[in-house]
Design a protein around this ligand. Structure first.
Ligand code: T4K
Length: 399
């Protein structure tokens, strides 16, 4: 495999970022049989309760409330925390982080990230606090933790709520503790494209039992013991999704081992390609390695977008997660507050590339992907396109 352009793509089938992991089909189908036998399909069913208990134990957190998806989980969390006015969020994230806030009529105020961690920069957060600010929402981007201690100190100094979008951080630890118990609550996504999936799903985890009770109420129309006790919506997870979650949780080690094997291989081989710099995970912590992310630097000789085009021609559907930054897309780019400069976010949006991994990507696949990258780089000698190395206009890019 040289990666040279030909009429046939290097991969006969597309290699996706986010191809679902379903490592134990038989176990999943057994559980689905259990659901059908019980004739209990949704509404806080036995499998949802079983999965909630297993996740709470795995994360070492008092409460886990399963929700139909991560976006609704964020909305319910923000609502139950009583947020209004403005919430400070990073712009470098999936748009759902900001949209969950905006959807509630709260203004997301975009903040720059620390270029070392890609997570919200506490020093920048302080600059965005106004009399309207009610909370800070950190995102553990790609599973690497925010500076929780610094954010906690800022939140407590200014009387703000602090919570976390942990959509990428299931199975990750920070200072030896599993992510899930920080701030007022943490919110996970278990979407099909996440390394641990419930098809669609999410969770709010917290050590605050009162907050958990409010989240449970809100998830179920505000309905409890035959009465409506609060404003709620329908955020329930169904039993088939919980069945997928239970079977995948039992196989979590297999999935993480496979992600780690691929990450190590990418990192070692891409380490020899000038201008491609794969991000680090703290090996003293637990990581899920679900995102293999690299920065494409000028030494590579081509922009990230050129490399993406090159890989896509060969069916390697690498992504530019998460470009453009949220503050550059509607409705946010029309807000006056979105015209702030976020230099680290803008730079990373131009440089970051995410490679395919997961249980369906073999070590041989990784080697072939790296060969394609190498062939496009300074030592490859293979023309990548028409020779134009300028970045595409921001408006033409998507994650
Ligand atoms: N916060 C953060 C930081 C997030 O990253 C997300 C979600 C959320 C909050 C919200 O959580 P949820 O409400 O989604 O639970 C995907 C996912 O839809 C989204 O869950 C995820 N983050 C985001 C990063 O990625 P897309 O549009 O990039 O993915 P999509 O549907 O194009 O799938 C990626 C590729 O995977 C596809 O091209 C094909 C392949 N694929 C996908 C699915 C769904 C499959 O092979 N099979 C499948 O079933 O958004």
């Amino acid at each position: 495999m040289t990666g040279e352009s030909s009429t046939q793509p290097a991969f006969g089938r597309p290699l996706h970022v986010g191809a679902p992991n379903v490592p134990s089909r038989a176990r999943f189908l057994d559980l689905v049989d259990e659901v059908l036998d019980s004739n209990w399909l949704t509404n806080d069913g036995p499998l949802v309760r079983r999965l909630e208990a297993s996740i709470a134990a795995y994360l070492g957190v008092r409460e886990c409330v399963l929700v139909c998806n991560g976006t609704v989980a964020l909305e319910i969390a923000a609502r139950c925390l009583g947020l209004k006015g403005e919430v400070i969020v990073p712009s470098l994230t999936f748009v759902a982080t900001a949209s969950a806030i905006e959807w509630l009529g709260i203004r997301p105020v975009f903040c720059d990230v620390d270029p070392r961690t890609y997570c919200i920069d506490p020093a920048e957060v302080e600059k965005h606090i106004t009399s309207r600010t009610t909370a800070v929402l950190g995102v553990h981007l790609f599973g690497r933790p925010c500076d929780v201690d610094a954010l906690t100190a800022i939140a407590s100094r200014h009387g703000l709520k602090l919570f976390f979008d942990a959509a990428h951080a299931f199975g990750c630890s920070d200072q030896g503790r599993m992510i899930g118990g920080n701030g007022a609550c943490e919110v996970f996504s278990f979407h099909a494209t996440k390394f641990f999936n419930t098809i669609e799903g999410g969770a709010v985890t917290t050590n605050d039992s009162d907050l958990a009770r409010q989240v449970r109420l809100a998830r179920n129309f505000g309905y409890e013991d035959g009465s409506i006790r609060a404003l709620g919506i329908n955020g329930k997870m169904n039993e088939v999704c919980a069945a997928m979650g239970i079977s995948n949780l039992e196989a979590l080690k297999t999935i993480i081992d496979s992600n780690k094997r691929n990450y190590d291989a990418y990192r070692e081989m891409l380490g020899e390609v000038p201008g491609i710099c794969v991000i680090d995970y703290d090996e003293a912590e637990r990581n899920n390695y679900q995102y293999v992310v690299a920065e494409v630097l000028p030494e590579f000789g081509h922009t990230r977008d050129r490399l993406l085009e090159r890989l896509h021609r060969d069916n390697v559907l690498a992504r530019s997660y998460f470009a453009p930054g949220c503050h550059c897309v509607e409705p946010y780019c029309s807000h006056p507050t979105s015209h702030r400069q976020l230099p680290h976010t803008l730079g990373l949006c131009d440089r970051l590339i995410t490679f395919p991994t997961g249980t369906r990507v073999s070590l041989e696949d990784v080697g072939r992907v790296v060969a394609l990258v190498r062939s496009a780089g300074p030592e490859g000698g293979v023309p990548i396109g028409d020779g134009d190395t300028e970045a595409a206009p921001l408006s033409a890019r998507s994650s």
